[in-house]
Write a protein that binds this ligand. Sequence first.
Ligand SMILES: [Mg+2]
Length: 332
Amino acid sequence: MHKTAWLGSVAQLAEALDSKSRCSGFDSQQSHQPAARARVAEQVDAADLKSAGISSCTGSIPVSGTMMQAFPPIRAFLLDLDGTCYVGSRSLPNTLPFLDHLRERGIPYLFLTNNSSTTAAAYVQKLRARGFPVEDGQVLTCADASARHLLQETPWRRIYLVATEPVEEEFRRHGFKLTFENAEAVLLAFDTTITYRKMEEMAHLLQAGVPYYATSPDITCITERGLTPDVGVFIAGMKVMTGREPVILGKPSFYMVQAALERLGLSSAQGVAMVGDQLDTDITMGVTQGLVSVLVLTGETTLEKAEAFPLKPDFVASDLGEVLAWMRRGTI
Ligand SMILES: [Mg+2]
């Protein structure tokens, strides 16, 4: 088992919890309860963390098995992919036993990714090729969450979509008209085929005041060659020119959680865990949206980064194998 600096005494944990509650504005008896965390989610927008005063919270991270009795049994898992289930082309050794355990116990799980350069169907094939048990519909991308939001909660059907061809095709199947002329909204996805022309047209529409959305805020994407530019780089470029910032529809937004719960057939986030390796997306979404947040250290986050981050996950695990061990002990 991975031992962390915060696997300390009950007293230390109580102190840490007090520290967290001071930041969230709830007392230590309630702040770790899902309902209370849901209320935190209503009050704290990830984009406004500094103004909410959370950035001043630098206490220990209130996690460890000694706190687990405070949580209800996990009734569903939302699992990040890269950095959590695999790293690049390398599958992590404990992913398959973890997924097998969920299937044996009948615990639903959904893979969530902020990579909108390809479709969920392509991800399903990719995961099957790795030998992971995955059904059609068990992958939710931020592009899927974006399409869902636009269809269900906006009137926009003529959109300027900046995306790869497979994702464009998916949006056409949803019934969107993809157009620059008279576009009602702009949606920026992770377009690995982006051109100057696309940037130019997007800039014209943003200057005209068209509603502006992005699938995800990620600045970088980890590839075999190292870090490459992700959607956030183009968001920043558009902001420099137009001053506009998009509504984010993928992790860490409420819209991604909404799409995930709908896919799982659940009416609330209570008892649903978000497991991921990224603080600014996976953990931020977990903490601010009322999920049980589990940070795994198999991806881009180190303990030092986690301790320096203003939002604290409920649990920190070395990998999915440690989460599996907790489940086998009946502590999560
Ligand atoms: Mg990840």
